[in-house]
Design a protein around this ligand. Structure first.
Ligand SMILES: [Zn+2]
Length: 282
């Protein structure tokens, strides 16, 4: 809740890619990574700057900065799970779009996941990606996926993406991925049986039109390139993409149950991936 409050404060002016508020948000997240002494994903550090086309409208070029940290796997260090959440949002016009749910919530959950896996080391390597420019057309994540070599791509077991995970007002969270990767369905069912809220499947079939979330957030470039995805998020609410998506709308108990479910999912995925037959290539 402290991270959520910080990231959704007016100080970051809506965190729109390319603005000073976005830069401040990036620097604050980076300071959180340093405080946790989590390993940067590259020799250059946490920052992965990009200049890349808008995923939805490729003529438009966007610049931004992803932040990526890593915790090495104890059993399969070459196999990677990428946990992700975007930190950018819509900026300000007639009001400040503080984006508490979208997606200060996912970033806060991701920071919590880092602390949890530092205390409980994962079997596979986990990369923690804080994406920029999701609201500009899913650009930061697309740029990351574009830069993977074939070998790197083969070694990525799954992308677990978090976008809008705090407003579990009806005590519901959706898991998207089983339709595309049926091998995930028993896993999702098992997590649902243990989760402190209703973990539902849905919003993932093409017949749903705009209610199909398969390509709605940063998991889209992973899915499009054939990498397994599991996306967790709540249904759109009255404050979606409005200045009223504020911290005070988040019910701490609902958010806590959502984060507990996210951690159950991350842990179950790590165990499941460690048990897969396919061995990683060098
Ligand atoms: Zn979002």
């Amino acid at each position: 809740m402290a991270a959520l409050k910080m990231l959704s404060s007016d100080d970051f002016a809506g965190r729109k890619t390319g603005t000073e508020g976005n830069r401040k948000a990036m620097e604050w997240i980076e300071s959180q990574l340093r405080d946790r002494a989590v390993m940067p994903a590259t020799k250059e550090g946490y920052r992965a700057p990009f200049t890349a086309p808008n995923f939805r409208s490729p003529d438009e070029i966007i610049e931004g900065i992803n932040l990526v940290a890593a915790i090495s796997g104890t059993k399969n260090p070459k196999t990677a799970i990428i946990m992700s959440a975007h930190y950018d949002h819509l900026g300000a016009d007639d009001g400040i779009y503080n984006g508490a749910d979208d997606n200060a919530s996912g970033v806060s959950a991701l920071l919590e996941a880092i602390s949890w896996f530092q205390a409980n080391p994962p079997k596979n390597t986990i990369l923690f990606a804080f994406f920029d420019a999701e609201e500009q057309g899913i650009v930061g994540s697309a740029s990351m996926v574009d830069q993977f070599s074939t070998t790197e791509k083969e070694n990525i077991a799954i992308n677990l993406n978090l976008d809008m995970v705090s407003r579990a007002d009806k005590s519901e969270l959706y898991a998207i991925g089983g339709y595309h990767f049926p091998e995930l369905i028993p896993l999702i069912k098992d997590i649902a049986s243990r989760a402190p809220l209703k973990l539902l499947r849905g919003h993932e079939t093409p017949d749903l039109g705009p209610d199909d979330w398969s390509f709605a957030s940063d998991h889209a470039p992973f899915l499009r390139s054939g990498i397994r995805i599991l996306y967790l998020g709540v249904e759109d609410h009255a404050d979606y993409h409005k200045p009223s998506d504020e911290f005070d709308k988040v019910e701490p108990d609902a958010f806590a149950r959502s984060v507990d479910t996210i951690m159950l999912t991350a842990e179950a995925l790590d165990d499941w991936v460690a048990g897969l037959e396919t061995s990683p290539t060098d």
